[in-house]
Design a protein around this ligand. Structure first.
Ligand code: HEC
Ligand code: HEC
Ligand SMILES: [Ca+2]
Ligand SMILES: [Ca+2]
Ligand SMILES: [Ca+2]
Length: 462
């Protein structure tokens, strides 16, 4: 990483330096010229290169920047099997060997061309019922996530399978868009598997700006909920309530495609444990413990300590948000109005003011433009995984933030979207919207060519 070599830049200097480096001519006083441009408040960075998601918030203190850079090292660390002197303990079963291997350039993973390769894609799994905390019930012998990799001498849990069914959607101006619907399956399980296993396919999403999302006051999120649609606009919005193993209580879910994790700390502890097979103070038991292909002994010490877990957490809490671009362009201005007219804003809430996040003053008290209400919505049968996760049912997903959307190609080299990467473009992603979002989708299909192009320009400016 480039910034690791900067020894002691002061905040202002770092910002100026970054502005100069990427040829941005905006001066400090002009920054907030257009509403919504500073998507991450004072954590915003004017950057449009492949590093747009990978840059520390420019307002970090010197101490904060150092912690962030330690977290960056941890995020990129590649784990190996066995008692290696550094970064040992991978597996025995896992999906990938580093955080950055899935969240490539801190962005979104591409769906793998071979689904059984190591990639940013995996299946969450469960059977009917709930665990002791109201979460998904583990599949006997497999747990709640399917690890399709293993270290030498151990069996992977199973292999993943996918086939695609294609179908066409026609837009009002005659444009035909081909959508691909994935159909998933599990092959060659290491031991017999119950027949009624529910599969939730998930792809790694971007990890920048998360401190801001964690700092949104709970009351502001709950104020947007309308679980029984009492205002009768067809849109409900429901908070998830999930188990918080760090505080041993139920808490508002904020992270993951179904808002199944209450905090970046808990999400990261789960990622180490399930995605990589790395035990840690919050998730100290190997996911394969007790399985015939897995760990047979409980260990007193964990494979990483609390400092590494805290550093990696701080890293995604304090990654800068890229500024929106071209907000003074007439087509983008028009597209923004189309976005409002189509009621996309009913779920993709443009703006919040953050509250206080303990220990991270830099993300506190910021006016931000994430375009998410942090709530669950029924998105219809097409997107349904039919697998509940705490209060989220099999059709519900958390509204994705749209900030940084237009930089997906430059940061990640692809434009695939949605929880399993099935959409190959923004247009396809919108056409998959259904359920509570059906009216918005239908109105999108009915747009004139010019209005549709303006909407896409606006979305690509985020
Ligand atoms: C095997 C691929 C993989 C690895 C390795 C991985 N992740 Fe993830 N990550 C994902 C997927 C898939 C999701 C979505 C999970 C869900 O919906 O519950 C995710 C979600 C997240 C989120 C939530 C983001 C949001 O906006 O809701 C954070 C934070 C995160 N990961 C951090 C990490 C960290 C830190 C590590 C390393 C310790 C890591 N991840 C390792 C695939 C991976
Ligand atoms: C009822 C709530 C709702 C409405 C209305 C809605 N969305 Fe969404 N949107 C979601 C949810 C939930 C997801 C995540 C779905 C998934 O991944 O399966 C999403 C995902 C997206 C994505 C993909 C983002 C990503 O990171 O993968 C885009 C783009 C998007 N919406 C744009 C729009 C636009 C444009 C409109 C208006 C035409 C709109 N949405 C209306 C709830 C909504
Ligand atoms: Ca391990
Ligand atoms: Ca498992
Ligand atoms: Ca409503």
């Amino acid at each position: 990483m480039f910034f690791r070599h900067l020894t002691s830049p002061r905040n202002g200097l770092l910002l100026l330096f970054v502005l100069a480096m990427f040829g941005c001519t905006k001066e400090d006083g002009q920054l907030q010229k257009i509403e919504g441009e500073l998507a991450g408040g004072a954590t915003t960075i004017y950057m449009q290169s492949s590093k747009a998601f990978s840059t520390p918030a420019p307002n970090l203190s010197q101490e904060g920047l150092e912690k962030h850079l330690d977290g960056d090292v941890a995020f990129e660390a590649i784990f190996v099997s066995g008692h290696a002197p550094v970064n040992g303990g991978l597996g025995p079963v896992f999906n990938h060997n580093s955080c950055a291997g899935c969240h490539v350039t801190d962005g979104r993973a591409a769906p793998p061309s071979n689904i059984n390769d190591m990639s940013g894609f995996f299946f969450k799994i469960s059977v009917e019922g709930e665990d002791e905390h109201g979460g998904p019930a583990p599949v006997p012998g497999f747990g709640t996530q399917l690890q399709h990799q293993s270290i030498y001498g151990y069996q992977k849990e199973a292999m993943l399978a996918v086939t695609y069914e294609e179908f066409d959607e026609m837009l009002a101006d005659g444009t035909v868009v081909t959508l691909r619907k994935p159909v998933y399956g599990i092959e060659n399980p290491y031991t017999s598997m119950p027949s009624e296993v529910m599969i939730s396919p998930r792809i790694a999403m971007p990890v920048f700006g998360l401190g801001l999302l964690e700092a949104i006051p709970e009351s502001d999120i709950l104020a947007l909920a309308d679980e029984n649609d009492s205002d009768d606009d067809g849109i409900s919005g429901k908070p998830n309530y999930v188990w918080d193993p760090a505080n041993k209580r139920i808490a508002l879910g904020r992270f993951g495609w179904k808002a199944g994790a209450p905090s970046v700390l808990v999400q990261s502890a789960g990622a180490y444990n399930e995605d990589m097979g790395i035990t840690n103070p919050i998730r100290p038991i190997e996911s394969s413990y007790g399985q015939s292909n897995g760990e047979t002994e409980l260990s007193d010490s964990t494979e990483i300590d609390m400092k590494v877990l805290e550093d990696v957490t701080y890293y995604s809490l304090t990654l800068a948000v890229p500024a929106a671009r071209n907000f003074d362009d007439p087509t983008v201005i028009k597209g923004r109005k189309v976005f409002e007219k189509l009621n996309c804003t009913a779920c993709h809430t443009p703006s919040f003011t953050t509250g206080t996040l303990e220990g991270v003053p830099e993300v506190s008290g910021q006016i931000i433009y994430p375009y998410t209400d942090m709530l669950l919505h029924d998105m219809g049968d097409g997107l349904a995984d039919n697998r509940p996760e705490f209060k989220a049912d099999g059709k519900e997903w958390k509204t994705r933030p749209l900030w940084g959307l237009g930089l997906t190609n430059v940061t990640s080299g692809h434009t695939t979207l949605l929880h399993d990467g099935r959409a190959r473009s923004i247009t396809e992603a919108i056409l998959w919207h259904d359920g509570e979002a059906k009216d918005s989708k239908d109105d999108f299909k009915a747009l004139s060519t010019a209005d549709r192009e303006a909407l896409l320009e606006f979305l690509n400016a985020l």
